[in-house]
Ligand binder design. Structure first.
Ligand code: ADP
Ligand code: MG
Length: 442
């Protein structure tokens, strides 16, 4: 521990500078930006945080690091007093007369937090989901989870439902796909029972909505959904939504998009190699299948952007090893799974696909990457996109540069050099680039 000689407020800004270099822009914006220093003395610091999750997150993840910046309170902890502040919420209105709580649950019990394997790609989204499940309606509302197919969005959604049903027995929970919501609405319109349906949805304590992208171009249903949404949020009732794209990229009304961005928007990206191996071994063990490390790595290296495909591979291996009593070696596995393995060789990468993947990982809009803004996170995302375009796209530099809103090829080269020299020294950057590449199917 370094003895703290600097004034705590400065120490806090030094800590923030340090953290900013270590964590992703999203992480920083979600957890650190909302914190306010409300008092600082040589003995410690008082911080205002918007909710207790921020305090827990900081203390769980940064306690030791903070000791390098702030004095200790004598119990080995940094001397920080947290005050939970944030916008005052309206006193929740009593819910409309509740219909009897549904006893049969509307979610898949197979999906729980306990069997959701955590890694750098999903840690943030998982802790947000756990935060919401622990204190529904009191932290991020709505929680909006987006990401590609087979990355565990539905799993997390149902885990929240399962947790709440077990730990908050009095709360009324409904988990529904967007398709089912629309069908429900159609049925109720036909039976002239829409008011009853509205009352039911508005009496929920937790509404979990899967695959909101299916609400796109369903104008009539969108309005009803938006009304339900607002009614629940106004009563501080929790909403969690999943989607294949972030709110800003959905073709929905501005009103709906703004509502979905009210709370926390969290992205789930394909897991890294180690996490894929962990998922693989966990799922294999569940099927009584033993896969040794070498073979597990071999499989995970070839199936990289979808957890559902990993499950498919295990099912196939399990069937083969049971029916034909085959020993699972690299050679036999390669034969059995060859049709599932993803191949890089003949992949054609376009600037468009790079922009899409960079935009998802860095959470900036494609139009911003193409634009001229010098805002730090946008300029950084742009440079990463340019670096990857030069590395992966087989077209002239001039042609590539013109795809970035008409930039010159010297701008492209400058960005490429900058990222190339940083990549070896900056672990976070290396990881982010790895995520973008996996988004491209690498
Ligand atoms: P999505 O809704 O994002 O398309 P799902 O939630 O349906 O994906 O996940 C696909 C399958 O992969 C499910 O069986 C789920 O249990 C599994 N899965 C995804 N991510 C994980 C994870 N991190 N740990 C364990 N299983 C996972
Ligand atoms: Mg799903």
């Amino acid at each position: 521990m370094i003895e703290c000689e600097i004034e705590p407020k400065n120490a806090w800004s030094e800590f923030l500078d340090f953290v900013q270099k270590k964590c992703s822009v999203t992480e920083y914006q979600n957890w650190f930006s909302p914190i306010k220093v409300i008092q600082s003395t040589p003995d410690g610091i008082v911080l205002e945080v918007p909710n207790i999750f921020v305090r827990e997150y900081i203390m769980d993840n940064y306690q030791d690091i903070l000791l390098n910046f702030l004095p200790s309170n004598g119990e080995g902890e940094p001397s920080i007093e947290f005050v939970v502040g944030g916008p005052k919420k309206e006193k929740p209105k009593p819910a409309p007369k509740a219909l009897p709580a549904k006893s049969s649950s509307s979610f898949n019990k197979k999906y729980t937090f306990d069997n959701y394997i955590e890694g750098p790609s999903n840690q943030f989204v998982k802790s947000a989901a756990v935060g919401v499940a622990t204190k529904p309606g009191k932290s991020f509302n709505p929680l909006f989870i987006h990401g590609g197919v087979g990355l565990g969005k539905t799993h997390l959604l149902h885990s929240i439902g399962h947790y709440v049903e077990t730990h908050h027995k009095r709360l009324k929970v409904k988990c529904i796909t967007t398709e089912a919501f629309i069908n429900d609405l159609v049925d109720n319109l036909r039976n002239k029972s829409v008011d009853k349906m509205k009352r039911y949805y508005r009496s929920l304590d937790l509404l979990l909505v899967d695959d909101i992208q299916f609400l796109q171009s369903r104008l009539n249903f969108e309005e009803e959904f938006c009304n339900t949404f607002e009614s629940l949020i106004n009563q501080s009732k929790q909403i969690v939504i999943t989607s294949d794209n972030p709110p800003s990229e959905l073709k929905l009304s501005d009103r709906m998009i703004a509502r979905m961005e009210w709370g926390l928007v969290a992205n789930v990206v394909p897991p890294d190699l180690e996490t894929r191996v962990a998922i693989l071994q966990y799922k294999a063990a569940g099927k009584g299948l033993h896969i040794c490390n070498d073979v597990a790595f071999f499989i995970a290296e070839h199936i990289y952007n979808n957890v559902r495909q990993i499950e498919g591979a295990i099912n196939r291996l399990s069937a083969y090893s049971k029916m034909m009593n085959i020993d699972l070696s690299i050679d036999s596995v390669e034969k059995i799974l060859s049709s599932l393995f993803q191949k890089n060789a003949d992949k054609h990468i376009s600037v468009e696909s790079i922009l899409k993947s960079v935009s998802a990982v860095f959470e900036v809009k494609i139009s911003e990457i193409r634009g001229d803004s010098r805002t730090k996170n946008i300029a950084h995302a742009r440079q990463v996109a340019m670096y990857l375009a030069k590395e992966l796209v087989t077209e002239s530099l001039m042609k590539i540069a013109s795809n970035f809103g008409g930039k010159t090829h010297s701008t492209l080269l400058h960005a490429w050099k900058k990222i190339k020299t940083r990549i070896d020294q900056d672990e976070m950057l290396e990881r982010q680039i790895g995520m973008v590449k996996r988004g491209l199917g690498y």
